[in-house]
Design a protein around this ligand. Structure first.
Ligand code: UD1
Length: 313
């Protein structure tokens, strides 16, 4: 039985990982400062995991959490582009300084592998689509810079200390439990809950921006595969985790409108600073080296997500 340390375990992705690790018969230790994570995300599994409320900036807590862990799934972050534009120092502390602490803790505890929640925002606004991992990154927002810096730290800990690290560049993960309540929440969580409540969603810009929206179960599966893939294929490397299809926001709104049965219209507001225009992943590296194939497509993911919010609102 392996022990997985999940950082950001009370978050939407972290809690999904915790359930999946328990389901495969392994043990979970989780750490979260509850800044964006919520205890409710852990309700059904709280008795089955070792949960520690602590901040990753506390190196002693990180060392203690890493002790005896086989794998670390590093999900904790302040995962927002606009928030990083408002508070670049806070973004850097949570998204970079905390990562270095996790790496030091993992190295000292001799964990087998660290899997990192990297971000497609690293690609920035380069015109070429789909994005391949060997393209030069071009981050725009402080958030994207922080996520990319942490990727480089992951790779450097592999090269300098032999700690196996794998970076998964997530492309707009969505699904049940994603927090819709903050102005910095992911667009699908916001739109779905607004439309279910009969409120009017806002598109920033003209809505022609597109994303490779990826259902949570695909990201969870990618993490488990990244722990098991042979080191020669995975360690020290970066992988896109997505579905390989992009949808623009106008089309997304119309699809949601149809599934939800929403009668209203969308309103528009100015484009957001730091936003990228288009995002689409080339999936071949993850497929070849991790055996990753997205199992849930965009529409099915939307249906499951809407269903969940309908029940939980
Ligand atoms: C998202 C993630 C980020 C991740 C990245 C790549 C969130 C909050 N952010 O960034 O952590 O690293 O994908 O996986 O999940 N928009 C609207 N109206 C709204 C909210 C957003 O039009 O009410 C627009 C934004 O301007 C943007 C698009 O929707 O063009 C997506 O925004 P958002 O969901 O915040 O995600 P990203 O910035 O793409």
């Amino acid at each position: 039985m392996a022990l997985y340390l999940i950082t950001g375990v009370a978050g939407f992705i972290g809690s999904g990982l915790a359930r999946a690790v328990l389901a495969q018969g392994d043990q979970v230790r989780g750490i979260d400062n509850l800044s964006t994570g919520r205890r409710e995300n852990l309700t059904e599994i709280k008795d089955g995991i070792d949960f520690r409320e602590a901040d990753l900036l506390d190196l002693d807590a990180v060392h203690a959490a890493c002790k005896g862990a086989d794998y670390v799934l590093h999900q904790a972050a302040i995962p927002s582009v606009p928030k990083s534009v408002v508070d670049p120092l806070g973004s850097n502390r949570a998204n970079v300084d905390a990562t270095v602490n996790v790496l030091v803790g993992a190295r000292d505890a001799k964990v087998k592998r660290v899997v990192y929640a990297a971000s497609s925002s690293a690609y920035g606004d380069t015109p070429t689509l789909p994005k391949r991992e060997d393209m030069p990154p071009n981050p725009i927002s402080p958030y994207a810079v922080a996520k990319l810096a942490s990727e480089y730290y992951m790779v450097s800990f592999y090269r300098c200390y032999g700690l196996e690290t794998v970076c998964l560049r997530y492309f707009n993960i969505f699904g049940p439990r994603q927090d819709p309540s903050s102005p910095y929440s992911g667009v699908l969580a916001k739109f779905i809950t607004q439309m279910l409540r009969g409120e009017q969603p806002t598109i920033f810009g003209d809505g022609s921006q597109s994303r490779d929206f990826t259902y949570i179960d695909n990201a969870v599966e990618a993490n488990l595969l990244a722990c098991k893939a042979p080191a020669e294929q995975a360690a020290g490397r970066v992988f896109n985790i997505a579905t390989g299809r992009r949808v623009d926001l106008n089309e997304t709104f119309l699809t949601l409108k149809q599934i939800i049965g929403y009668k209203g219209e969308v309103k528009h507001a100015p484009e957001r600073a730091g936003d990228i225009k288009h995002s689409l992943a080339d999936m071949s590296r993850a497929e070849k080296h991790l055996g990753y194939k997205p199992k849930v497509d965009f529409e099915e993911g939307l249906r499951r997500t809407i269903e969940w919010y309908r029940k939980s609102l």
